[in-house]
Design a protein around this ligand. Structure first.
Ligand SMILES: C[S@@+](CC[C@H](N)C(=O)[O-])C[C@H]1O[C@@H](n2cnc3c(N)ncnc32)[C@H](O)[C@@H]1O
Length: 503
């Protein structure tokens, strides 16, 4: 029986004990070397080794080492009726995708979504990007090498025909993300997840966000920072610092500004510190039944407690749109995006804090809060408990997706299981109220110094959020590089003077 070229590129991989065989694409070596962490070293040590990407799971890879994982040919798997064994929808989709590839070499059709995302054509570039082609330097000669018999025997691999990169000639790698390192914009290659048994796919853990689309904010001059009018707690001599300054009455705290240690009257005793410096409770990453990975508490906390900062890569809307495009092509199901303002989002997919594991619920026990770091005017997002939470409980907040769904609005099915679940992760209708409408409004602007906060100004702004419980809108002031926000009422008692503007 003859096998087609495409058929030879598809295998069934059993990626762990007790797991079912899953269809996978054998990744071309050049692509694997460039994109799969550790691939080059594994190929060096085991010349017959292969890298697989699972169908239906865009972005998940596994490297084959001697005897692990177990891979069998596509035809053999069909003979063993492996295509009928999966009951999960994801398995059925993966089999459909693999079949489309075997039959037509089709990695770009809808049906093969979830296959190699780097083999997709690029969206039209925004600006003239540096021409980036497949990295062939040093690897082409390697590619043309025939597998060596001796090596295969040594490593217990069968001799295999080397698989050419799918579409390598027609496509180029996606433009790499850029990030700012020490004030300089440097390119880096986001690595894709390698499937690891019993653990979430790897990501780079960071505690503070990194800036991809713009330079990180610089420290403001002391005179420009928002300073509270708290009195420092009485001195306790040489005893270790107890942080009980800047309590609930702190003006900065009330306006969700974290104090700047350089200017705060409470100095070391200030408890209103930037999110990354706040004490955080112990948490644990767990595998949920139906929503992938999640995060649980390992100690009880009181309502209002800070849990963790949502840190990741800060992207502008263009960079975000590009990443969403790739996610869509690859059939990625997990999104790690969090909106910070009308112009910027945090993406915790490749780099992020453990906040990225917190799932959504229609009856959540946490909420997101946007805090401005007074030392830089940077907006940072924290997850805070909205009720007392017992140890062992899964942490959740309501994603209220406003942007990341499709135009029809309900693209994400919610599986939080609450009796009053609204069925979608998209924003509840109320929180979409007037979203993105422009207006001219008289507000108290959270300015650079305390005094100006009390001044009312007429400004042009855009609605970025709505708090249904308090019937107030969050507006972002236009043309202000520092990204100034204010909460205002627009109807009923205490409504601010305003007029709506056209787009
Ligand atoms: C920020 S990630 C949360 C961690 C994720 N569960 C994981 O395994 O990495 C967001 C993704 O989790 C899944 N998710 C979170 N909450 C969910 C819910 N209530 N119902 C269904 N899927 C959910 C969705 O796939 C969503 O895109």
């Amino acid at each position: 029986m003859t096998t087609t070229k495409y058929e030879r590129e598809v295998v069934w991989v059993k990626y762990g004990k007790g797991e079912r065989f899953w269809p996978a694409h054998v990744v071309g070596r050049d692509a694997a070397r460039a994109r799969v962490p550790g691939a080059a070293a594994v190929f060096e040590k085991h010349p017959g080794a292969r890298a697989f990407q699972y169908f239906g799971y865009g972005g998940y890879y596994q490297l084959e080492k001697p005897n692990a994982p177990a891979a069998i040919a596509w035809a053999e798997g069909l003979a063993r009726r492996l295509d009928e064994k999966g009951v999960a929808k994801a398995h059925k989709t993966a089999v459909t995708n693999a079949r489309a590839y075997v039959e037509r070499g089709d990695l770009t059709s809808e049906v093969a979504a979830g296959a190699l995302w780097w083999s997709m054509p690029l969206p039209a570039p925004r600006e003239e990007p540096a021409k980036r082609t497949h990295d062939s330097a040093g690897t082409l000669s390697e590619k043309n090498k025939k597998p060596r018999r001796g090596d295969a025997a040594k490593d217990t691999f069968d001799e295999r025909e080397e698989v050419k990169d799918a579409g390598a000639d027609e496509f180029e790698f996606p433009r790499m993300s850029k990030t700012f390192v020490g004030g300089e914009r440097k390119e880096y290659t986001p690595t894709l997840s390698v499937l690891s048994l019993g653990k979430p796919p790897p990501f780079e853990r960071i505690h503070r966000s990194v800036f991809v689309s713009r330079p990180p904010p610089v420290k403001l001059h002391k005179s420009e920072t928002a300073v509270c009018d708290c009195h420092p707690p009485p001195s306790r001599g040489d005893s270790e610092t107890i942080r009980d300054g800047c309590g609930q009455e702190c003006l900065n705290r009330k306006l969700r500004f974290s104090c700047d240690s350089r200017t705060c009257p409470c100095g070391d005793a200030c408890s209103n510190r930037p999110l990354s410096q706040l004490p955080a409770p112990k948490t644990k990453i767990i595998r949920t039944e139906n929503r992938g990975w999640g995060l649980t508490l390992q100690e009880p906390v009181r309502a209002g407690t800070f849990i963790v900062e949502y840190a990741g890569e800060i992207l502008d809307e263009h960079e975000c749109a590009e990443r969403l495009w790739y996610d869509k092509q690859s059939g990625e199901e997990n999104f790690y995006l969090m909106e910070i303002s009308a112009n910027y989002v945090i993406d915790a997919k490749f780099k992020g804090s453990i906040a990225r594991f917190i799932n959504s619920s229609c009856h959540p026990n946490c909420e997101t809060q946007r805090w401005v770091d007074a030392s830089t005017n940077e907006t940072r997002v924290g997850i805070f408990a909205t009720e007392d939470i017992a140890s062992g409980t899964e942490l959740t907040y309501d994603y209220n997706f406003a942007h990341f769904g499709d135009e029809k609005g309900t693209s994400f099915v919610c599986m939080c299981g609450h009796p009053k679940c609204r069925g979608t992760l998209d924003a509840a209708k109320t929180s979409k109220k007037n979203l993105h409408r422009r207006l001219r409004v008289e507000i108290m602007v959270n300015g650079k110094v305390v005094k100006s906060r009390k001044k009312k100004q007429k400004v042009k702004a855009t609605v970025v959020d709505y708090d249904a419980a308090k019937n107030r809108y969050k507006v972002q002031v236009e043309g202000d590089e520092k990204e100034t926000f204010a909460w205002v009422r627009l109807d009923g008692e205490g409504a601010a003077k305003h007029s709506w503007l056209s787009k």
